[in-house]
Design a binder for this molecule. Structure first.
Ligand code: NAD
Length: 496
């Protein structure tokens, strides 16, 4: 790999010390290689005991025909080291390319995305100077499970999966993070006034795990109010834990609110390893030697802590804070506080010159490891006794555009076996349209037809589906209806 910056620092010239910890380094695309060089220069000068294994991921790999953007050599290196420091990558426009980040998270089981978002007053101007929050986002489940279907001419669906184990893992991670990092409060944001079963499960697991951490303050907010309140008063939040989609949105909003996208680092962590990166992308609009390397540097500081090199992490962090205090700033954060506006390379030089100093206005980073290091949490500690699960019916989804809900009900009732479950309801887009629907309800070609009785056997469901098919009705999917200890494990139609 050739060097971009002058005087040259080529990543392959990094000189590992004996016994150094192997880490995989993917410089990425756009500004990725130059900020990676800048960061590695600082780590080398600070005495980081790492042995980088450089791998290519991203645009050039995509363009060479690998649709995941990650070649086998990169996977092999990550398998060996379990740690990846990654520059941003450019996802080529057009179809056929998979998101590299999603592939990495899923393949390596990196279930937690941890994003510290704080303002750097007075260096970076922000409307929220006292913001210091850590957003912990579940990374694998929810609408990101990637289970999507087009089922009729008019209707496509995406399955939202929330699991007890997945929720417990991320929520427990959030509490352990708060405990070991000396954070006071964990807030959970969900929408369980609407998604009572899925978000309701996340909420329920949150309450169960929270009970094990009485020293930590907790609260649960509905996501719309919570996000609005967060934008208004971010300083009143400490750690926030969220399911995947809400977390994706809030973490980007929060990063923007800190004042500069160039100052944020992010950690993706799980049983299969840990990925450290800046929150920003490859910034193809930036000329050479302009980008702020701080986001990747802060990610690298977290990487050093992850591999147990706390004193070096503190040395780097403190030198970086002194650089900011001294008014040595890249263009994206230049303000009236700036004494010298510098490029990527000069910024890394300035940090190196300040190694060994401690900041005066910012709080200095601690060189010692936490007394109790953060461990990935164990599971199953809140799993209740298995409930008594009883099959009480089936929702048969039908693709149909021949008439009114009453006509569909009549056709289904005529087809259904006399001794099986009975048609009790039809909904369209979740709104009850039979019995006693409202003719004003907009109906598509996607009908949920609910058959129920006190108990139902699988054989009765098979017989029902056979009869529905014989009547010429196109059933496109089914969902079984179960009660758990007598409680419905399915939503009731709106209008009921
Ligand atoms: P971006 O984050 O690259 O850029 C957004 C804006 O922020 C631009 O004006 C850019 O100049 C500025 N910026 C970003 N990083 C900066 C830095 N370090 N210093 C100073 N200014 C900085 O977002 P985008 O333009 O939407 O995306 C560009 C490419 O990056 C796309 O291909 C996108 O898919 C990819 N991307 C990758 C990642 C990742 O690898 N984790 C994340 C986001 C976007």
């Amino acid at each position: 790999m050739s060097s971009i910056l002058e005087p040259a620092f080529a990543p392959h010239s990094f000189q590992p010390t004996p016994g150094a910890v192997p880490v995989t380094v993917a410089p990425g695309d756009g500004i990725g290689p130059e900020i990676t060089e800048a960061v590695l220069r600082i780590l080398q000068a600070a005495g980081a005991a790492i042995a980088p294994e450089f791998v290519a991921v991203g645009e050039q790999v995509y363009r060479a025909g690998n649709t995941s953007g990650i070649p086998a050599e990169a996977w092999a290196s990550i398998d060996r080291t379990g740690v990846l420091l990654k520059g941003p990558i450019t996802t080529p426009q057009g179809g056929g390319y998979k998101s590299l980040n999603v592939t990495m998270r899923k393949t390596l089981g990196l279930y937690a995305n941890v994003r510290p978002c704080r303002s750097w007053k007075p260096v970076v101007s922000s409307r929220h100077p006292d913001m210091d929050v850590v957003i912990i986002r579940e990374n694998e489940e929810d609408l990101y499970a990637g289970i999507e279907h087009r089922q009729t001419e008019d209707v496509a669906q995406c399955l939202k999966l929330i699991t007890r184990k997945g929720s417990e893992r991320i929520i427990r991670y959030a509490f352990e993070y708060a405990r070991t990092q000396g954070r006071q409060r964990v807030t959970c944001m969900v929408k369980d006034n609407i998604m009572k079963i899925t978000d309701g499960l996340f909420h329920q697991v949150f309450e169960a795990v929270a009970a094990e951490y009485p020293e930590i303050e907790t609260n649960v907010q509905i996501i719309d109010f919570g996000m609005a309140n967060f934008v208004h008063r971010p300083e009143s939040y400490d750690v926030i834990v969220l399911p995947n989609l809400y977390g994706d949105i809030l973490s980007d909003v929060a990063a923007q609110m800190t004042g500069s996208v160039g100052m944020g680092g992010s950690i993706n962590i799980g049983n299969g390893g840990a990925l450290f990166e800046a929150i920003h992308g490859s910034a193809p609009d930036l000329p050479r030697n302009v980008a702020n390397p701080s986001g990747l540097l802060l990610a690298a500081v977290e990487m050093l802590r992850h591999i147990g090199q706390h004193p070096v992490a503190a040395r780097v962090m403190n030198a970086w804070l002194v650089t900011l205090e001294d008014g040595i700033h890249t263009a994206d954060i230049a303000s009236s506080q700036t004494v010298k506006r510098v490029g990527t390379y000069e910024f890394s030089e300035a940090v190196i010159e300040r190694l060994g100093r401690v900041p005066e206005s910012f709080t200095a980073a601690e060189a010692s490891a936490p007394t109790e290091p953060m461990k990935l949490p164990h599971l199953n500690e809140t799993s209740p006794e298995p409930a008594n699960k009883v099959l009480v019916g089936v929702d048969v989804f039908v693709d149909w555009r021949q008439g009114t809900p009453d006509q569909l009900a009549a056709a289904l009732q005529a087809a259904a076996p006399v001794n099986g479950p009975k048609l009790v309801m039809i909904t369209n887009r979740g709104v009850k349209v039979w019995p006693q629907g409202n003719p004003k309800t907009l109906c598509t070609d996607h009908w949920r037809c609910r058959f129920q009785s006190e108990t139902v056997s699988h054989a009765e469901i098979v017989a029902l589906l056979g009869a529905v098919a014989s009547a010429g009705l196109d059933f496109i999917k089914t969902e079984h209806l179960y009660t758990f200890d007598g409680q419905a494990g399915f939503s009731l139609g709106q209008g009921q």
